[in-house]
Design a protein around this ligand. Structure first.
Ligand SMILES: Cc1ncc(COP(=O)(O)O)c(C=O)c1O
Length: 379
């Protein structure tokens, strides 16, 4: 612990909800020097290929393609799978899940989430299927696995494609298998704020060789050399971004372990308070990518956020708004998602978060809730 950090009287930087992991400079330079030596800066270079095969082996998936970000990863997954018309989707996610559907010229059909996991509720999916429905796009929100088996059964029965937005689900396993391996496609975001990052970046996982071939065309202008096959996009990841990924990769187990320690400290501090935490399904090996907390109502949530901000602890409303309320979508309201979006915040979480800041956050939340004298939500 540095002397500066020990000195609690000095003016302090606000504690942000997340802090990008930076590998030791030398480790990043090691990979950058390779790019300098090869003079290959992009277009499926050697570092890019190495990161692809490293991730593919880590998740034990047949095809994984790096993308320039997690939004294009979803868009190109939809396109590679030929998704058109209506797409059943979750209202409780980051806006990119919905905008990717719209940007691909499809129509999002929102189906509400389960109150426990905040992932799409499979029991509500069948009623939303019409002859125009071609796919289900669900998010493993906060890295919490969707009910993949129920979704799979419904999709097979109705001949629908399943795409998972796994932006938060790096290194999450379900029943001993990467959760990223489920569905016809699964996408990842490697944005700087994510658990694993390449500054900006993402990936699309597919299981079918033909779809994968199509995806590679889509990612790179739809052509190879002078042969043009399809309308394409530029969604390539550069060597400089892939280099960051290779430098971060060896630290992943330590990053997740550090986050687990912080989460356990929050868990024990908040255990007896009247608040709610999303449920992690049995059989999940979780990645501790977020620490969401739901309060009794929006008023208490607002009070907690303000009180934390006053002591320099910044929280975020992940995920707000409920996507069925976006001004450019239509369809039935999703009350469970809207209610959760009103009541939820994410607390600061990163491996080197000072445990005393966790304790300060816990003390502050405890004081606000004692003052409000609220009961446990849902009790
Ligand atoms: C659930 C979800 N999907 C998609 C994205 C989009 O990823 P990116 O920022 O890499 O485009 C994000 C995060 O930004 C996300 O949280």
């Amino acid at each position: 612990m540095s002397a500066e950090r020990e000195d609690r009287s000095s003016p302090r930087e606000p504690v942000l909800v997340t802090r990008s992991f930076l590998p030791p400079e030398e480790e990043y330079l090691f990979w950058l020097r390779k790019a300098f030596a090869s003079r290959i800066l992009t277009n499926n270079g050697p570092i890019h290929r190495e990161l692809e095969s490293t991730l593919q082996a880590r998740f034990k998936v047949p095809f994984l393609r790096l993308m320039s970000n997690g939004t294009l990863a979803i868009q190109l997954a939809l396109r590679a799978l030929g998704v058109k018309g209506k797409v059943i989707t979750t209202p409780f996610s980051y806006v990119a899940t919905t905008s990717a559907i719209l940007w691909e010229g499809c129509e999002p059909v929102f189906v509400d989430v389960r109150p426990d996991t905040l992932c799409i509720d499979p029991a509500l999916i069948e009623a939303a299927i019409t002859p125009d429905t071609t796919a289900i796009l669900a998010t493993h929100v906060y890295g919490i696995p969707c009910d993949v088996h129920a979704i799979d059964r419904i999709a097979r029965k109705h001949g629908l494609k399943v795409i998972y937005d796994g932006a938060h689900a790096f290194d999450v396993d379900l029943d001993g298998r990467s959760v990223l391996a489920y569905g016809d496609a699964c996408t990842l975001s490697f944005h700087a704020t994510k658990l694993f990052h390449t500054v900006e970046g993402g990936a699309t996982i597919l299981h079918d060789e033909e779809n994968d071939k199509q995806l590679r065309f889509l990612r790179s202008f739809g052509h190879i050399g002078d042969d043009h096959f399809t309308l394409g996009m530029n969604a390539k990841m550069s060597e400089v971004h892939a280099a960051m990924g290779m430098a971060v990769m060896p630290h992943m187990d330590g990053i997740i372990a550090g986050r687990r320690t912080i989460c356990e400290r929050y868990d024990s501090g908040l255990a007896d308070l009247p608040l709610q935490r999303p449920t992690i399904p049995v059989g999940t090996r979780y990645n501790h990518s977020y620490y969401p907390v739901l309060f009794a109502d929006a008023i208490i949530r607002e009070r907690v956020m303000s009180a934390l901000a006053e002591v320099g602890i910044m929280t975020r409303r992940y995920f707000y708004p409920s996507l069925d309320t976006l001004p450019y979508v239509k369809g039935a309201a999703c009350p469970v998602s809207r209610d959760a979006a009103d009541r939820v915040i994410c607390l600061p979480l990163y491996p080197d978060l000072d445990p005393r800041d966790v304790d300060r956050a816990v003390a502050c939340i405890t004081a606000v809730l004692a003052d409000a004298q609220v009961g446990v939500p849902g009790s």
